[in-house]
Design a protein around this ligand. Structure first.
Ligand SMILES: NC(=O)C1=CN([C@@H]2O[C@H](COP(=O)(O)OP(=O)(O)OC[C@H]3O[C@@H](n4cnc5c(N)ncnc54)[C@H](OP(=O)(O)O)[C@@H]3O)[C@@H](O)[C@H]2O)C=CC1
Ligand SMILES: CC(C)(CO)C(=O)C(=O)O
Length: 372
């Protein structure tokens, strides 16, 4: 699909902060957005006729549609966009998979734990082929003060994108441009995107170093608490991730580029960039609970993946591995075991060659480990 002024209907699976912000942006651009909340809770007020009010980087009152079921969502949409935390991905992918049509594009924002490969396997069992476009991050950073309002902190100027199968990359990119404008940076494949989500490493530094604030339920500035030592930890985590990507011959953004492109602040040490965000009033607030996706999503669906890829690439990500172990010890949970996608795609049974092939053609091997 070439980038056009075509107006499309986008079915959004998920109805949290990012889903609301994405729906508002789509409606603002003249597209039609339909939201689906897996429990129905998050769309109840919109379904009752209230407007979705966006404040901040996007202002306005919008009336996206609401779907009562995954089946209705998929049936009414040209494109399906998955926008919710990784711990909900398998549930939602399982809900949409039986209804997706041949060729119907799916976008996952942000992509986690090779969910694209899982979805492609599920639809292939029905003989359905479709392109899955994956983003390393989200269109916006946002919070949901209530279930009819979204506070949009920033709309990103650059988003890393790839499509599985890779042969559909140009069409996937054009679709994203049609929907969201010229803000996409094409990356090689879903493997590159898996190493492009900076939330897990950044949230590890932020949550680990502010855990007592989270446990005490304090209100605290996120940007203002990325102090020099926290910033250095985040930079060291970043160096591990970038080293793995480099070893695999993949180009990914650095933490410096990420903060610069997401928040439009000059490149500097990460503590300084965060201090600048804090001073500008866009540093955000850190989690006011230990039950935060900064840990419950980012450890099993993020740190664990980078750690696994580090081992496969021969560049062990010691700090990421330590993050999984430390948070598991702190919470008294086995975060590695909580990931519902990696075990499904059998990442530990794949060789690097097999994983790379699957990321290229979208087909997971059925045979035992072969190649390096
Ligand atoms: N918010 C932000 O600024 C940023 C977010 N991201 C990433 O974007 C994604 C979405 O974030 P955000 O919108 O803030 O998240 P939210 O917590 O606001 O998402 C809430 C939505 O997720 C659904 N959900 C939660 N748990 C489950 C589950 N177990 N099964 C099924 N559905 C579930 C909820 O369902 P229901 O409606 O039924 O309650 C609701 O629709 C995450 O991966 C996050 O890391 C990345 C960068 C910035
Ligand atoms: C707040 C922000 C934008 C940075 O940590 C974020 O990534 C999130 O909410 O997940």
């Amino acid at each position: 699909m070439a980038a056009t002024h075509e107006k499309l209907t986008v079915g959004i699976a998920g109805a949290g902060a990012v889903a609301f912000a994405t729906a508002a942006c789509l409606e603002d651009a003249g597209h039609r957005a339909i939201l689906w909340s897996p429990s129905g809770k998050s769309t109840a007020r919109l379904a009752a006729g209230e407007a979705l009010t966006a404040t901040g980087a996007l202002e306005g009152a919008f009336h996206p549609g609401v779907a009562a079921s995954a089946q209705d969502l998929v049936a009414a949409s040209d494109v399906v966009l998955v926008a919710l935390p990784g711990y909900g991905h398998k549930t939602v992918l399982d809900a949409i998979a039986p209804h997706l049509r041949d060729g119907q594009p799916v976008i996952i924002s942000s992509h986690a734990s090779f969910g694209a490969l899982y979805l492609l396997r599920q639809v292939a069992q029905r003989g359905v082929r479709l392109p899955v476009t994956v983003w390393g991050t989200t269109l916006a950073t946002a919070r949901q003060p209530d279930l009819a309002t979204v506070s949009v902190n920033t709309i990103r100027s650059k988003i890393d994108v790839a499509t599985v199968p890779v042969s559909e990359s140009a069409k996937g990119l054009a679709l994203c441009q049609t929907l969201f404008g010229d803000r996409f940076v094409p990356r090689e494949d879903v493997l590159a995107i898996s190493l492009s989500n900076l939330n897990p490493q950044n949230h590890m530094g932020i949550a680990l170093c502010n855990m007592t604030r989270m446990e005490h339920g304090e209100t605290w500035s996120q940007g203002g608490n990325v102090t020099p030592n926290v910033g250095r930890l985040m930079e060291a985590l970043d160096a591990e991730r970038v080293a793995i990507a480099t070893a695999l011959g993949l180009k990914v953004r650095t933490i410096f580029e990420h903060y610069h492109l997401s928040y439009h602040v000059p490149v500097a040490p990460i503590a300084e960039m965060n201090a600048e965000l804090h001073a500008k009033g866009i540093g955000g607030q850190g989690p006011a609970t230990a039950d935060s996706r900064y840990v419950t999503e980012d450890v099993p669906y993020g740190l664990a993946v980078t750690a696994a890829l580090g081992k496969m690439a021969g560049h062990p990500a010691v700090l990421h591995q330590s993050g999984v172990a430390l948070f598991s010890a702190m919470y008294g949970r086995d975060f590695l075991a909580e990931n519902t996608l990696l075990s499904e795609i059998g990442l530990d049974r794949l060789s690097l060659d097999q994983l790379r092939q699957a990321c290229t053609d979208g087909t997971l091997p059925t045979t035992e480990k072969t190649g390096t």
